[in-house]
Design a protein around this ligand. Structure first.
Ligand code: FAD
Length: 476
């Protein structure tokens, strides 16, 4: 039986980072993970993010964007290509190679940092003195490890649509959506959240006719509504995504090679037939067979493990991080919590600021934000000033053929402290870091306005939007 100072359950971006940080701090650490590769014949570290989430989705988004550029945009540069073709199996194989490179990289990092890598499913057995007992089951074998501190980082899984079975042939979740063998002629998507929009963008760019059925009446309710409205217009008018808001799905039937979906919209019942249907209606915390009761760890009514602001459960020396606890389901949030918990176990006093958590949608144009939206500020009664600037006159954006979008900076009316930055436009995923830093350092809009931004760069639009807060934009 092995004894460890820290055992981490789950090797996603929360768990593997927590394990490495704990090992750096001098603890004897093991990380137990049940994940397997796509074929299911080998362990694969990295969790949802590396295997079936952030990374494979971004690989496909890039491939589909290149295809779309070659088919529709290069002509403008005077470049003509006779017949642009896409080889879907090759595109999927490229994505798989990136996944394998990164998942095996986590194994390398474990070795480098002397983290014991244990493959198998972990469940709590109980406590013996100061030691938590954890059973690890790998296929038919089972073993036990003991730990003084346990970090639960078991992540999340797709939310199931009631009475609809995911077969990942006709009706797909995020796993199947990343492995289609051909471009479906008609693709249905239930859900217009981040995953729904990113996957719709991939297959739409490759030629699918995409219909999105969204139960909510508002598009991207979590985003600033000025930016969400601009995005909706671009996605529906320019990109011809058929987004039906307020569409309540009633029935889903898979028959032969097709899927029929019945839904209600504006009081009328409609039926539509798709070649493939992707269900992306959110994710739920994953605590399957963890046997939390054995140690007394509690969950809220939505299944999230209950923790305080330091990710401590109600049970001494048991912590939980990432998608399995409250807060946004994002890889960087999971990793930051992992670092903070490892440091707390070491007696340090780290802090993760959930109010300054960057959010990104890798659509075209990209959408990115940090801090409060105008709607949130209005609701909280906070008086604010705003400055907006467009990518339309930006030299770099024009040179890239991507001069579409807006940056909006929101600042406190009295103090000028930046409260939120909201963007839609080219590469705003990369531009967002400047805004995150500004909020973390409690910068004012004047601070950004007085910082030199290189020319010609996309970042000049953030500069202009900050100048616009004080009504002194120079280029717009
Ligand atoms: C399609 C898609 C795209 C996404 N894109 C982004 C993005 O661009 N940016 C972003 O920030 N986030 C993105 N996310 C969300 C991101 O993947 C998650 O927020 C992140 O993976 C959460 O990390 P985690 O460590 O909490 O859990 P996970 O990554 O889910 O890892 C949990 C691990 O624990 C293992 N496990 C579970 N139970 C046990 C057990 N009992 N014993 C042993 N092992 C166990 C699992 O096998 C898994 O390996 C995306 C998600 C999806 C589905």
């Amino acid at each position: 039986m092995s004894e460890f100072d820290v055992v981490v359950i789950g090797a996603g971006p929360g768990g593997y980072i927590a394990a490495i940080r704990a090992a750096q701090l001098g603890f004897k650490v093991a990380c137990i993970d049940a994940g397997k590769n796509k074929k299911g014949d080998k362990p694969a570290l990295g969790g949802t993010c590396l295997n079936v989430g952030c990374i494979p989705s971004k690989a496909l988004l890039q491939s589909s964007e290149e295809f779309h550029k070659a088919s529709h945009e290069l002509e403008d540069h005077g470049i003509s290509i006779d017949k642009v073709k896409i080889d879907i199996p090759k595109m999927i194989a490229r994505k798989d190679a990136i996944v394998t490179k990164l998942t095996s990289g986590v194994g390398f990092l474990f070795k480098k940092n002397k983290v014991e890598n244990i493959h198998g499913h972990a469940s709590f057995k109980g406590k013996d003195g100061e030691w938590y007992q954890i059973e690890v089951t790998d296929d038919k074998n089972s073993s036990e490890v003991k730990a003084k501190n346990v970090i639960i980082a078991t992540g999340s899984k797709p939310r199931q649509f009631p009475s609809v079975e995911i077969d990942n042939v006709n009706i797909l979740d995020n796993v199947g959506a990343l492995d289609l063998e051909a471009v479906p002629k008609k693709l249905g998507m239930i859900g217009s959240g981040v995953i729904g929009l990113e996957m719709s963008s991939v297959w739409n760019r490759l030629g699918s006719e995409v219909t999105i059925l969204e139960a909510l009446p508002t598009f991207l309710p979590m985003a600033d509504q000025q930016i969400a409205k601009e995005a909706f217009k671009i996605f529906t008018k320019n990109q011809k995504l058929d987004i039906k808001l307020g569409a309540k799905v009633l029935e889903v039937h898979s028959k032969g090679k097709q899927v029929k979906v019945k839904y209600e919209l504006d009081g009328k019942t409609e039926e539509v037939t798709f070649d493939k249907l992707i269900i992306a209606i959110g994710r739920v915390p994953n605590t399957e067979n963890l046997n939390l009761d054995a140690v007394g760890v509690t969950q809220d009514d939505r299944g999230f493990i209950e923790v305080d602001e330091n990710c401590s459960t109600k049970v001494e020396n048991i912590w939980a991080i990432g998608d399995v606890v409250r807060g946004p389901m994002l890889a960087h949030k999971a990793s930051e919590e992992g670092v903070a918990v490892a440091e707390r176990i070491a007696g340090q006093k780290p802090h993760v600021n959930l109010d300054i958590m960057p959010s990104i949608l890798y659509t075209t144009p990209e959408i990115a934000w940090v801090g409060k939206t105008e709607e949130q500020l209005k609701e909280a009664g906070v008086k604010y000033k705003k400055g907006t600037s467009s990518f339309a006159p930006n030299g770099r954006a024009l040179a890239m053929g991507a001069a579409q979008g807006t940056v909006k900076v929101l600042a406190d009316e009295k103090t000028d402290r930046i409260l939120g930055v909201h963007m839609i436009g080219p590469m705003v995923s990369e531009l967002l870091a400047e805004a995150v830093e500004a909020l973390e350092f409690s910068a004012s809009s004047e601070d950004i306005a007085r910082i030199v931004h290189a020319h010609p760069t996309l970042s000049e639009v953030i500069h202009e939007a900050s100048l616009a807060v004080d009504k002194r934009a120079l280029n717009g």
